[in-house]
Design a protein around this ligand. Sequence first.
Ligand SMILES: Nc1ncnc2c1ncn2[C@@H]1O[C@H](COP(=O)(O)OP(=O)(O)OP(=O)(O)O)[C@@H](O)[C@H]1O
Ligand SMILES: [Mg+2]
Length: 216
Amino acid sequence: MDNNKDFEKLIKNDRDLHQARSWRGNLLGYLDEVKADPSIAKLAHARLYDVIMKIGVRDIQDSGDPHVRRLYKDESIKVYDFFADEFFGIEKTVSQIVRYFHAASLKGEESRQVLYLMGPVGSGKSSLVEKLHRGLEDSEPFYAIEGCPMFEDPLHLIPRHLRKEFEKMLGVHLEGDLCPVCRYRLKEEFGGRYASSSAAKIFPSWTSTPKAIHES
Ligand SMILES: Nc1ncnc2c1ncn2[C@@H]1O[C@H](COP(=O)(O)OP(=O)(O)OP(=O)(O)O)[C@@H](O)[C@H]1O
Ligand SMILES: [Mg+2]
């Protein structure tokens, strides 16, 4: 019985915390949020790169381990702590992957390319992707158009001919178009009034659990 109370308390605290951090509003409200902190509108590559870098990075030679020196000679290879506890001996591959996310986050050519992992059976391809997935799940919340199956950025609602001006006012780069579902809803539900479309803050770790469970 006592156990039941503990579970109930844990669930209630989690729900209260979630509610306290939640945000819901229309596009205009979201624009105010972006103006106050343009980093909330960062795109997927930059988000993932920040998740990786947040934990820390060091040079493989800094460990002073003679085995490492023998294996890598004086080669300077970065070790990303985000991966270091789970993956061993693939520092060069991990470095390449992080370099891809870095370049893409700076809007280089890589941002338009697909990252393709190729390697022998059991070499960690799926595990690397799962690790990135978990990193994103635990990362900070992002904002999305409410009801969008792709959780797309509410900034997609801004029509192309106004984007230059919005970019200047907000200090962020705008790209991407509305998905077909949002385009349909904008026309049918909001009568084309994009400023009234609703947006909400999404907590990645909550998106994997059905809404009804959170609200029960
Ligand atoms: N460099 C590594 N360090 C630690 N564990 C590793 C490493 N490479 C693979 N593993 C482990 O080996 C197992 C198999 O890896 P995984 O399933 O990710 O391989 P895969 O490349 O996706 O294989 P497949 O081609 O069969 O899909 C996992 O448990 C993974 O954690
Ligand atoms: Mg696999």
